[in-house]
Design a protein around this ligand. Structure first.
Ligand SMILES: [Zn+2]
Length: 458
């Protein structure tokens, strides 16, 4: 295959040519209530050619490697057509072409585990959820794994082979004690590892069921402004969804208002606020040793000491804005072109313990994990999965229906304290953008304390 790829690129008439080939195997087990809704194993092979000619992109997708040379010609033809009609020529920031091979090391390779064994494990978790309490009315157990082998080559001389494993487990229960009161509990797990990661999750299954049942008895929070402590998971979702997406330069570049707000050098928070997107942290599912343009991983400070330090870039956006690529051009599969995406995104540790953060809060909210959310430019709405009242500096009773809303820039400025207990979360879902979902990402943070957060209650 190597020779075929090198030849097709060498014979291309484009100004720049890249080929990305993916061989993937995936399996999924899905239980809903007692029913096995999906049990499947699939394999796929495909590739994409992207060519640049006179500043225009051309793309062609294929499933048969023998078509490669024709597809390079096709993409070049499209690129020339686009290039001839564009007044906004694409340039690519220069990077050193890498030659590298990245192997995945799995303790228990899920490709060698039978689908039946995966089914049995999921079924056992489902039984734990179903039998926890008679008020459990619905459950979801979803196990997925995927192993992707990516080959990337371009006309600059890059040739990179990467193996990307991914395993996820969603354990969710719905409890109800009447038509007015329906509550959810879930544990959402995902990482770049083998089947061992999915084993031994009985406690998480019980925890998910217990939480759904406990929430039945929780009181609804009353709406208002509170000092809020976000747990590391919710703070991670907040920084990814509300802020990280705004830092993706393909979005920012096209939005004049956001481009003006997101000026490198502007202040976005206190001196102790540091926000990072890091392309490789051992074991995390957001890892991108090389992105889908062959750019090596980077540790990019979005915010450093409260000041906007960088946006996230592809080679194209980096060239447009006159900066270095950051290794954030990612595609969810070979059928898509790379766009600017996050990898492992987090708030760095601060100095405070959780107890210090509680001190001085007479009447606040401790909000834990996200259960859905929406953002619209700088406005966000997140539902906490569950929460506790904070009374006189102590964590008190469980409360529900905690919906946080606000303006991300005001909220970042209102961060009063940053904890010293950062955790990272892969989750069982993924990030969605531009029709590309679910892209494996990881996000995290320490506990953070924010003043004056608007909480909507029932
Ligand atoms: Zn996202």
């Amino acid at each position: 295959m190597d020779e075929l790829i090198r030849q097709a690129i060498a014979e291309s008439g484009a100004d720049y040519t890249e080929v990305r080939i993916e061989r993937a195997s995936r399996s999924q087990v899905l239980f809903r209530k007692e029913k096995l809704e999906n049990l499947e194993h699939s394999s796929e092979f495909g590739g994409i050619v992207r060519c640049l000619k006179n500043g225009g992109w051309g793309i062609a997708v294929f499933n048969d490697i023998s078509q490669l040379k024709d597809k390079v010609k096709e993409a070049t033809r499209f690129a020339a057509l686009v290039g001839a009609h564009t007044d906004d020529e694409v340039q690519l920031a220069a990077i050193d072409p890498a030659q590298d091979t990245i192997h995945a090391e799995l303790a228990e390779d899920f490709r060698t585990v039978s689908l039946d064994e995966k089914k049995k494990l999921a079924e056992a978790y489902n039984q734990i959820l179903l039998s926890y309490d008679k008020r459990i009315v619905a459950t979801t157990v979803r196990y997925t794994d995927s192993f992707r082998e990516l080959t990337f080559a371009n006309s600059d001389g890059a040739y990179i082979v990467q193996e990307i494993p991914d395993v996820t487990l969603m354990l969710a229960a719905v409890a109800s004690d009447g038509p007015q009161n329906i509550q959810q509990g879930f544990e959402s797990l995902g990482t770049a590892a083998g089947f061992e990661y999915a084993r031994g999750r009985e406690e998480e299954a019980k925890t998910a069921a217990k939480r759904a049942v406990d929430l039945l008895g929780a009181r609804s929070v009353s709406g208002g402004k509170y000092t809020v402590i976000l747990d590391p998971a919710l703070a991670g979702v907040f920084i990814h969804e509300a802020f990280g997406h705004l830092c993706e330069a393909d979005f920012t570049y096209k939005n004049e208002r956001m481009r003006k707000i997101l000026q490198v050098g502007s202040r976005f928070g206190n001196d102790d606020l540091n926000v990072v997107d890091e392309g490789y942290i051992a074991g995390l599912r957001g890892n991108v040793p090389y992105d889908d343009e062959g750019t090596p991983r980077a540790k990019t400070y979005l915010i450093k000491n409260g000041i906007l330090n960088s946006l996230l870039h592809s080679r194209e956006t980096a060239a447009r804005m006159g900066v270095q690529p950051t290794g954030n051009a990612r595609a969810v599969s070979y059928e898509h072109e790379p766009i600017v995406r996050m990898t492992n995104t987090y708030i760095e540790n601060g100095a405070h313990t959780f107890d210090e953060m509680l001190t001085g809060i007479d009447h606040g909210i401790y909000a834990i994990r996200a259960y859905g959310g929406q953002t619209m430019f700088e406005q966000f709405t997140f539902s906490a999965a569950y929460a506790y009242a904070i009374e006189n500096g102590k964590v008190g009773e469980m409360v529900k229906d905690v919906v946080l809303t606000g303006n991300v820039f005001e909220t970042l400025r209102s961060i009063e304290m940053i904890g010293n207990d950062k955790k990272m979360f892969g989750g069982a879902g993924g990030c969605g953008k531009g029709g590309q979902f679910p892209l494996p990402v990881t996000d995290g943070a320490p506990h953070i304390r924010i003043a004056n957060v608007t909480i909507g209650g029932k």
